[in-house]
Ligand binder design. Structure first.
Ligand SMILES: [Zn+2]
Length: 307
């Protein structure tokens, strides 16, 4: 059951051991006995099949990437240190991305890869000091950047976004199709939290802006990191308060509708085979399994979402 396991990218399975990030002697020693997760600048990574044929991350021996800098310390599994480094893609092997791997890799691989990508995406986008404009350098084993001109320290960003399943307290859920989604594909509504705004207020505002619906009973459900590039998705449920008539924002939403459990259940089983959607079916498919949107939808289908 999906709900017992939690959102797929929220799994961790290792100790971040953050107190070691400033310990240069310990880090140098740890590197020699470590396993190294290499990722490309576009966040692809080499894999290898395990005994059952399932893709596992193909960690490298530190001696094979010794000339790679910077080395970023991810954490410990038992006594074994894990680092990540960014390399250009090499060899003929298939290098899948987290989106490809997320549904099948185990908790440890999912946690390490999500953190490695989030760090790399942040470093790529935050190269200069926001105070004085000087190029910054990596520090604390990749977990901060420091300005050599004024000594200021800068931390990785995490941008909060709310994502919410709106229901009527009975058999209907409100799902929408963003303008970038293909015909027949629906998901929960979502949006970024604005400065100075509470999470609950962001849920209510986004729902009203996108579909003109008023909600109440906003309840937190679960969160999932989404490192493309720096989101933390905060999942909620909320209940319709009053008029269910949809007033769509055409800039963000192509369409939205109230759907029954039976309709959503059927759409959740849909597999994209490239065929044209059936014009008689209102909802053809829902969000992919890796997303917290799908996690919320599956909870609602199972009757496990807070009322
Ligand atoms: Zn500066």
């Amino acid at each position: 059951m999906t709900s017992a396991q939690g959102p797929l990218l929220s799994r961790a399975g290792y100790d971040r051991a953050s107190h070691r990030r400033t310990d240069a002697d310990w880090l140098a020693q740890a590197w020699t006995g470590s396993r190294v997760l290499v990722i490309s600048p576009k966040s692809a990574t080499p894999v290898e099949p395990d005994a059952a044929g399932v893709s596992r991350l193909a960690f490298r021996d530190p001696s094979s990437v010794d000339d790679i800098a910077p080395r970023r310390f991810l954490g410990l599994v038992g006594e074994v240190p894990y680092f990540t480094a960014t390399v250009e893609r090499d060899g003929d092997d298939d290098w899948p991305t987290l989106r490809d791997l997320g549904p099948t890799i185990d908790d440890l691989d999912a946690g390490l890869l999500t953190s490695a990508i989030a760090l790399e995406q942040w470093h790529q986008r935050h190269t200069h000091c926001p105070l004085c404009g000087t190029p910054t350098v990596e520090s604390n084993s990749g977990w901060t950047r420091t300005c050599p001109a004024d000594g200021s320290e800068h931390y990785p960003r995490t941008d909060p976004a709310v994502i919410m399943l709106i229901h009527d307290g009975a058999d209907l859920a409100l799902l929408g199709r963003g303008v970038q989604w293909g015909a027949g594909r629906f998901s929960t509504l979502a949006g970024f939290v604005e400065p100075g705004e509470s999470l609950e207020a962001a849920v209510a505002r986004e729902v009203f802006e996108e579909v003109g619906i008023v909600v109440r009973d906003v309840r937190y459900v679960a969160s999932q990191p989404w490192p493309f590039p720096a989101s933390l998705m905060l999942g909620f449920s909320a209940r319709l308060d009053g008029d269910p008539t949809i007033d769509l924002d055409p800039v963000e939403m192509a369409e939205a509708g109230w759907f029954t459990r039976a309709e959503v259940e059927q759409a959740a089983e849909w597999v994209d085979t490239g065929t044209e959607p059936d014009p008689d079916v209102r909802i053809q498919g829902v969000s992919p399994k890796l997303s917290i949107s799908r996690y919320l939808i599956d909870l609602w289908l199972a009757g496990e979402l807070p009322a």
